[in-house]
Design a protein. Structure first.
Length: 221
């Protein structure tokens, strides 16, 4: 499965099978976390065998069941921490999808379990991502249109249109899709709107845009 196929097949999943992540799948996911940490300077951690985070009133309200593992998105406070967590977290989400796993970004409906992960001085936990073998494959959500997230128009280059199309398939908090893209010559300006986790969402949609457009991070103005 390539990344564009993973984008199309990925849907948020909250209910999981009673099946641990093991063997080569676990090793591949851990390797991806290590690689992303080295590239990003984040301190992301894959937590397995810890049941408290998704066995709480908040998690039950979020309708999570059977979560076997989760990614704790951790990094140094300040700067573009939230956006980097979104960008590299989604990189791990799509990696998990290619490994036959399902995921869900979780902003508030989980319990923090400080003893389960390491938060160094000056760092913070931004968000978590549930990971496991879904009881279902999830389903598509209602999406905004191209014209609702950009004013580039129909005469924009095809790579830009393809990037926006991929971004519109990205998960965002409460499916709010509060982001916009604009062309500035051969560069792209991406902006986050107001709302919960919109900076994290911006990182997620920027990674999707790069995949759809076939561009590298130097596409951003």
């Amino acid at each position: 499965m390539d990344l564009m196929q993973a984008i199309k097949e990925r849907h948020s999943v909250r209910q999981y099978q009673n099946k641990p992540i093991e063997g080569e799948t676990l090793a591949s996911l851990r390797a991806a976390v290590e690689s992303c940490n080295e590239e990003s300077g984040l301190h992301m951690q894959l937590i397995t065998g810890e049941a408290k985070a998704f066995d709480s009133p908040l998690a039950h309200y979020g309708k999570f069941t059977g979560v076997p593992a989760y990614l704790a998105m951790i990094g140094k406070k300040g700067g573009d921490l939230e956006e980097r967590c979104g960008y590299y977290g989604e990189k791990l989400v799509l990696t998990a999808q290619t490994l036959g796993l399902n995921t869900c970004w979780v902003g508030g409906t989980y319990k923090k379990v400080p003893e389960a992960y390491q938060i160094d001085p000056g760092e913070k936990l931004v968000i978590v991502i549930s990971v496991g073998y879904g009881a279902t494959r999830g389903h598509a959500r209602k999406s905004k249109t191209y014209d609702e997230v950009t004013k580039a128009g129909a005469d924009a280059p095809q790579w830009f249109k393809d990037g926006v199309a991929a971004a519109l398939l990205a998960p965002t908090a409460l499916n709010q899709q509060k982001f916009t893209f604009a062309l500035q010559g051969d560069k792209v300006v991406a902006k986050a709107g107001l709302g919960f986790f919109t900076k994290t969402d911006l990182g997620i949609v920027k990674y999707h845009f790069e995949i759809g457009a076939g561009k590298t991070p130097d596409v951003w103005a």
